[in-house]
Design a protein around this ligand. Structure first.
Ligand SMILES: Cc1cc2nc3c(=O)[nH]c(=O)nc-3n(C[C@H](O)[C@H](O)[C@H](O)COP(=O)(O)OP(=O)(O)OC[C@H]3O[C@@H](n4cnc5c(N)ncnc54)[C@H](O)[C@@H]3O)c2cc1C
Length: 418
């Protein structure tokens, strides 16, 4: 994108995945972008996430795919087994296109790559500024921080401040709710998962879920790492902590003995972190001179591994919508919401529907899942639908998948099988 004739003043709240990605594209397009981030000294922390083909293509649009991929671990399939060792699902990316694969990456790698690129693109980044609200005056918005400091006025405010956005009050209709379940995470040196190129999951009913994600290399380190996650209901966290490492270790090993070398590295529960998630639903994703991106717009359970990927696609779509109507921000925002409606709607629906099958106390749901899901191995159509959902391009049963015009030539995309 070349420089625009009349640059917009754009305020971005939050320097996470969505905020930094859209700051890069909009600053490169010639707009004057100011990013306001509440953390005073943002650092590359976190655990493993899966970068799906959609997220990879969005990064390619940003010119950052190689940099991230060099520090990632290639994932060719997701395999989920039951406690008795029987396979519940086996989903190879190659089922819909041999060129597709996932990338296990450390969240910090994505953060530091995007953050550095946003600075390099010319965005002004102010850290330690916690935005609390915004004021609309005519065709501009001003952001107000917790100390009463005013930032702007901006032609457009991009709210990318995560699932507990301070700016939700500016949205039309918004519903936000914490999930009763979360996940324990631990990241350690990889004892040998990476060569299998597999995201392994093990389940026992809907109550127990264990996973191993090869995570590439952490920021500043050159040794391969793996992330292990364990599902836990939020209100059982204190009991888990009180029971201690030995009890947890036995429980995990009963489900999957491959966890042993990972658990052997732990002397206490200190390095094990707990993540909670929220569900955010909003319609539309924009208001007057404001648009919500990433978790601020559509936070969901990480069951389908899509959050960061959706945030990256949001950023690319918003930059394209603004490029198509550079002199008409309200029109660009309407176009943005319309462009994202089907894709985001599908993943919000699918995540809400699938999460209780993997994270709940329901015996019935676990039993039904164990009865139905293994058949996907024998019915190609069913399996490909599940892979398509994992890849990140699904838009619903009767709709064509999301085309991936983000970077691949259109001709290549036609070959992705329905
Ligand atoms: C356990 C777990 C596993 C996950 N696994 C995956 C996965 O495998 N694949 C995947 O794609 N996604 C995964 N996700 C989801 C993914 O991490 C998020 O969807 C993604 O990070 C969202 O990016 P974001 O930019 O919208 O929000 P965030 O990354 O949360 O960034 C928000 C930013 O805004 C800043 N901020 C917040 N409030 C303010 C304020 N008032 N003023 C200024 N700044 C503010 C924050 O400090 C932060 O920097 C997972 C999430 C969890 C919890």
């Amino acid at each position: 994108m070349g420089p625009v004739d009349r640059p917009l003043e754009i305020g971005v709240v939050g320097a996470g995945t969505a905020g930094s990605a859209c700051a890069i594209l909009l600053a490169r397009a010639g707009h004057r972008v100011t990013v306001l981030e509440c953390v005073a000294d943002p650092r590359p922390i976190g655990a493993g996430i899966t970068l799906q083909p959609t997220g990879q293509l969005a990064l390619a649009r940003l010119g950052l795919r190689e940099a991230v991929e060099a520090r990632g671990a290639r994932i060719d399939r997701l395999t989920c087994r039951r406690r008795n060792g029987k396979i519940l699902v086996d989903l190879p990316y190659a089922d819909i296109d041999p060129r597709l694969y996932g990338l296990g990456i450390h969240r910090g790698v994505l953060f530091e790559t995007l953050f550095a690129a946003a600075r390099a693109a010319g965005a002004t980044i102010q850290c330690g500024v916690k935005i609390e609200r915004s004021e609309l005056a005519g065709s501009t918005r001003t952001l107000i921080d917790e100390g009463g400091g005013r930032h702007g006025p901006f032609d457009l405010v991009i709210a990318a401040d995560g699932s507990v956005s301070e700016l939700h009050s500016e949205a039309g209709r918004v519903r936000t709710k914490p999930y009763p379940w979360g996940a324990l995470w631990v990241v350690v040196d990889d004892p040998g998962f990476a060569p299998e190129r597999t995201l392994h999951q093990s389940v026992d009913g809907a109550r127990h879920l264990l996973g191993f994600l090869p995570t590439g290399m952490a920021p500043g380190r050159d040794a391969p790492i793996v992330s292990m996650f364990w599902s836990l209901r939020v209100d059982r966290l204190e009991a888990w902590r009180a029971a201690g490492l030995a009890v947890w270790r036995d429980e995990v090993l009963r489900l999957d003995p491959r966890a042993e070398p990972i658990l052997d590295t732990l002397h206490d529960l200190e390095p094990v972190l707990f993540s909670r998630y929220r569900d955010v639903a909003m319609s539309p994703w924009h208001g007057d001179r404001i648009v919500f991106l990433g978790d601020a717009a559509h936070a969901m359970s990480p069951q389908l591994g899509q959050g960061a990927n959706l945030a990256l696609v949001d950023a690319v779509t918003l930059a394209d919508s603004i490029a198509a109507s550079p002199d008409d921000v309200p029109r660009a925002l309407v176009a943005y919401t319309e462009a994202r409606r089907r894709h985001l709607g599908f993943y919000q629906f699918a995540t809400r529907a699938l999460t209780p099958l993997f994270q709940s106390d329901s015996r019935m749901l676990g039993w039904m899942r164990d009865l139905v899901f293994p058949h996907s191995r024998w019915f190609g159509y069913f399996r490909r639908r599940m892979v398509r959902c994992m890849v990140g391009i699904d838009r619903g049963l009767l709709r064509a998948p999301l085309p991936l015009p983000l970077a691949l030539p259109a001709a290549d995309l036609q070959t992705i099988r329905q």
